[in-house]
Design a protein around this ligand. Structure first.
Ligand SMILES: [Zn+2]
Length: 244
């Protein structure tokens, strides 16, 4: 495929040594050269050059085609699965795991002009992810509690949802996802305290495995004053209207 916005050739990507190298290999080499982690729930956007995400989509389509072939599905004659490889590749890269491949949402932080110092709770925010063990959906809700101080930055309520979507749009582990989200909100807003509760259904337990349709996993992260002050923690937990 000819790309209109082909990135300018740089010394390390001369046309000669580059031909036939899968784009995933090039991206991986760049990540390794800068000694960064690239686990399933890490964001790798800074290593992807303009136009490469489309090439990655082509590459994953080809590999998915191989998986379907190995599952002995007649891709030539089955009208249902003819385009499945492309659909799945697109779903992974552009949709459900997009939070790995694109930069974080732009979030404008404002100074806390009103000197708000009361507990702020945002939620429930619906979150959609997939477990990194089975690539099965993880769907649930989170609540975020923020205890601001006069130096805390203020961000719009909808921005918490955007940040959560970016973190959850990766193959995740629930315990690590809430920590990643807490780190991100902490960095953006610098509050005195931060609390996050996540409650989610893991479809790898409903669709396969123990086939338990009702169990949910609940976990939380508490930072700053939420750790030190049991009353504040109790107040937060009593204000989040979880069902069941
Ligand atoms: Zn799983």
């Amino acid at each position: 495929m000819l790309m209109k916005n082909e990135p300018a050739m740089t010394p390390e990507t001369s046309p000669d040594d580059d031909v036939g190298v899968p784009v995933s290999v090039k991206i991986r080499e760049r990540i390794k050269a800068s000694r960064q982690r690239f686990h399933s729930n890490d964001n790798i956007a800074e290593f992807i050059r303009p136009g490469e995400l489309d090439l990655l989509l082509d590459e994953v389509t080809g590999k998915m085609q191989g998986v379907l072939d190995s599952l002995v599905i007649d891709l030539e004659n089955d009208h249902n699965t003819g385009d499945t490889a492309r659909r799945v590749a697109k779903m992974y890269i552009r949709e459900v795991f997009n939070g790995r491949y694109v930069k974080g949402p732009a979030v404008t932080e404002f100074p806390n002009a009103e000197h708000l110092n009361e507990l702020l709770i945002v939620g429930p925010i619906t979150v959609r992810s997939a477990c990194s063990h089975h690539f099965c959906p993880v769907i649930g809700k989170i609540w975020i509690g923020v205890m601001p101080n006069e130096h805390t930055n203020v961000i719009g309520l909808s921005k918490y949802a955007r940040l959560a979507e970016w973190i959850m749009g990766r193959p995740q582990i629930q315990e690590e996802a809430v920590v990643q989200l807490a780190d991100l909100i902490q960095e953006k807003t610098q509050p005195d305290g931060l609390a996050i509760v996540m409650e989610a259904s893991h479809y790898c337990m409903a669709w396969r495995g123990v086939k338990d349709m009702d169990s949910k996993m609940i976990n939380s992260v508490m930072r700053g004053v939420f750790l030190k002050d049991p009353n504040l923690r109790r107040e937060f937990l009593s204000l989040i209207p979880r069902k069941n």
